[in-house]
Design a protein around this ligand. Structure first.
Ligand SMILES: [Zn+2]
Length: 549
């Protein structure tokens, strides 16, 4: 079978320690991959580039929350009901397939089943029983008395469930953004697209909270003339950010700002701009939580346009869901010029009754009751606390009307979420930078990774294995490492071979120490892309690398 670029990239990735299937000695598992030594470095470099833009350009706050997530959280967020794929089963071999992969128009599935026109791609058997399956990995927390949980399908919910604390941390001012990098999980039905469709994957997400009345962005005016590469499902076109917003192609400044950040990060990370576009979701493909969504798509020769980043306006959906399900005050406040006097009802617990009944929990439960809003008639007052529901009897509280000063009006903030699939981006970066070169009748691979992304910044070679040269080379290698510059020391094979080994893993420079070095204290610096060589003072090497971008 002729190899396509996917096969070639995957072979190189395995051979040189970028990425390879996990647990291969036991047959491997579709959708699980290891990052090897170079892959881990490459991934760190992309994640740090991403952090640079979100933390330093956009002042987001970074947090880390558990990958194990309570059932209640994902029930409230809609994932228990909605995070599903329509699936069919094979009558003969019992394998299951995503309907989306089997038939173009999902809505015609029932008819196709009736007509018996659907054939199992593996054994040719009849496909039956279309049904939605939930894609979350279920688990339990604890032994004996357990709580249901899932491995998280996105990092976002960990941010939403702490919103009230983060809002306080941000001194109750909107907008502010919170970011999280980490693993997400999706029990894919039958993944066959390598690193494009993984069951455990790395995500980088930002949740940026806005007042729904104001989705402007403070940095917009600085970058409004930047051109975005857009696609509206009919044609590809380019617009400045300012035009895109004023013509209503993109709903608001904030959305367009995060599209700009995304485009910049990806192109700096090594994505080929000709293989990049933002595609707008049609109304019928929006996720259950989204109001408007743009995907950053990267072109792959085997897979076509691949969705790698989703930038969605999730509106008030998630925080509203968690307020309703958890009864926690997660509102934001729009402050009045001067406080207003308002009357409302409050529950006042009688601690002489409640205290003996609830013992050491009484204080915490009183605090929850004090925070509660009373609307309408109270039937059964139950308070959720530490996974239990506490029924508060009618004789244990009064409902009183109180006058209070109100400092402002409460509202649910809106969320704009740029969500990055790190593994897909990394695969596309490898594919976009993979080149085959004929050299002296030998074919030769090169990864033209940008300096910032390259796992190794320079090779360090003594021209020959002679102690006078190896000793200087080793010293250069050590000095560069101490400056935080990743190196690869190599003294075996011809210089041509050593260059080739470095080109293949995207190393932008190689340093060679030769006999002239002993006299002039200079080395030969070879540039991967131009193949040019120049002589540089040994002492000037750390600065040379620090100046690279
Ligand atoms: Zn079958």
């Amino acid at each position: 079978m002729p190899q396509d670029v996917y096969d070639k990239v995957i072979m190189l990735a395995k051979r040189r320690g970028f990425i390879y299937p996990s647990f291969e000695i036991y047959g491997g598992v579709a959708g699980l991959y290891d990052y090897g030594p170079l892959g881990s470095q490459l991934k760190n470099n992309l994640e740090n580039l991403w952090r640079y833009f979100y933390i330093y350009k956009d002042s987001c706050l970074e947090i880390n929350t558990p990958t194990i997530t309570l059932y209640d959280v994902l029930e409230a967020s809609g994932h228990v009901d909605e995070f599903t794929d329509l699936t069919v089963d094979c009558e003969d071999c019992k394998l299951s397939f995503k309907v989306e992969d089997i038939i173009e128009d999902e809505s015609s599935i029932q008819q196709a089943i009736k007509d018996e026109t659907l054939i199992c791609p593996t054994c040719g058997g009849k496909l039956i029983n279309p049904h939605p399956v939930n894609l979350m990995f279920a688990t339990k927390i604890g032994i004996g008395k357990t709580r249901d949980a899932f491995l998280r399908p996105e990092t976002a919910q960990g941010i939403f469930t702490g919103f009230h604390l983060l809002y306080r941390y941000a001194r109750e001012k909107l907008p502010f953004g919170v970011i999280q990098l980490g693993k997400g999980y999706r029990n894919e039905v039958s993944p066959r697209q390598g690193p494009i469709r993984m069951r455990e994957f790395s995500m980088a997400e930002a949740e940026v909270f806005f007042d729904p009345n104001n989705k402007s962005h403070k940095n917009f005016s600085e970058v409004k003339d930047h051109i975005l590469y857009l696609y509206d499902n009919e044609s590809e076109f380019q617009l400045t950010m300012e035009d895109a917003v004023s013509k209503g192609v993109i709903n608001n400044q904030a959305l367009s700002y995060y599209m700009y950040l995304t485009q910049t990060i990806l192109i700096q990370g090594g994505v080929d701009p000709k293989k990049f576009r933002f595609r707008k979701h049609a109304d019928d493909e929006l996720a259950h939580y989204a109001e408007e969504c743009w995907d950053a798509e990267l072109f792959s020769e085997r897979f076509g346009w691949v969705e790698c980043v989703g930038i969605a306006d999730r509106s008030a959906y998630d925080i509203n869901a968690h307020i309703e399900a958890s009864k926690t005050d997660m509102y934001a406040m729009r402050r009045y010029e001067s406080p207003k006097i308002v009357k409302h009802k409050k529950i006042v617990p009688k601690m002489n009754i409640l205290g003996p009944k609830l013992k050491d929990k009484a204080g915490d439960i009183k605090a929850i009751i004090d925070e509660m809003e009373v609307t309408g008639q109270i039937e059964n007052l139950t308070i959720p606390f530490e996974g239990e529901e506490y029924l508060i009897p009618k004789d244990a509280y009064d409902v009183v009307e109180v006058e209070e000063k109100e400092a402002g009006e409460k509202f649910i903030p809106h969320v704009i979420e740029p969500s990055y699939g790190i593994d897909r981006i990394l695969y596309c970066i490898l594919e976009h930078n993979y080149k085959e070169i004929e050299k002296e009748n030998e074919s030769y691979h090169l990864l033209s990774l940008p300096y910032q992304m390259a796992p190794i910044k320079t090779g360090v070679f003594p021209l020959i294995k002679d102690e006078s040269l190896t000793c200087i080379s080793e010293k250069i290698d050590k000095t560069l490492r101490e400056h935080g510059i990743s190196t690869s020391y190599d003294e075996t094979g011809t210089i041509g071979r050593r260059y080739a080994r470095m080109d293949e893993i995207g190393t932008p420079f190689c340093i060679t120490v030769d006999h002239d070095t002993l006299d002039d204290k200079k080395v030969t610096m070879r540039n991967r892309d131009t193949r040019e060589q120049e002589r540089i003072d040994i002492d000037a090497l750390p600065d040379f690398f620090k100046k690279q971008k």
